[in-house]
Ligand binder design. Structure first.
Ligand SMILES: [Cu+2]
Length: 173
């Protein structure tokens, strides 16, 4: 057997060297942007989260529905909370409840949690996505800017009825 020569590689050419430098600078830039964007970006993932049990959250949602229910749609309560208030949406296999009726331009604290497994809150067609976890009350501050009907689909596979898990947010003028 013949051993390969000790220096088996060719020295970097000018072009290779340039690409290497470019890639290196790009890596540094992207790494720096991660912490920088936390302060500069205007669409950071919200960080307000509370610990909650399934029973506690269920009770909060029940009280919320009882206080502000204005109707029913497909068997789900339709709730119209006052602008600026805390609003709740509960995920469970395989539904989102209640249907929320919100005012355009008003700000709400939307509490999201699950009473069984992990779900994903995906607001369509805006494509806003948040994790919905059992045990955590995740608070998203939202200000609807467009009137209309929006669907909430589950984007975390949660069982046989996952594709049927569709909720609704109605934004009125
Ligand atoms: Cu789900």
């Amino acid at each position: 057997m013949i051993a390969p020569p000790r220096v088996w590689w060719k020295p970097l050419g000018r072009l290779e060297r340039s690409w290497f430098k470019l890639a290196f600078v790009w890596c540094i830039f992207l790494t720096a942007m991660m912490p920088l964007w936390f302060f500069l970006g205007r669409q950071n993932v919200p960080t307000t989260t509370y610990r909650v049990t399934a029973e506690q959250f269920q009770r909060q949602v029940d009280a919320f529905i009882q206080q502000y229910q204005v109707g029913t749609e497909n068997g789900f309560p339709v709730v119209e909370p006052p602008p600026g208030s805390d609003v709740y949406m509960l995920a469970r296999m395989w539904q989102w409840t209640p249907v929320l009726k919100l005012k355009r331009g008003a700000t709400y604290r939307l509490h999201l949690s699950s009473t069984d497994v992990q779900h994903g809150f995906s607001l369509q067609p805006l494509n806003l996505n948040f994790m919905v976890l059992p045990g955590y009350d995740y608070v998203v501050t939202i200000t609807p800017t467009t009137a209309g009907e929006f669907s909430v689909v589950c984007n975390e596979y949660c069982g046989i009825g996952h594709h049927l898990m569709i909720g609704k947010i109605i934004v009125t003028e």
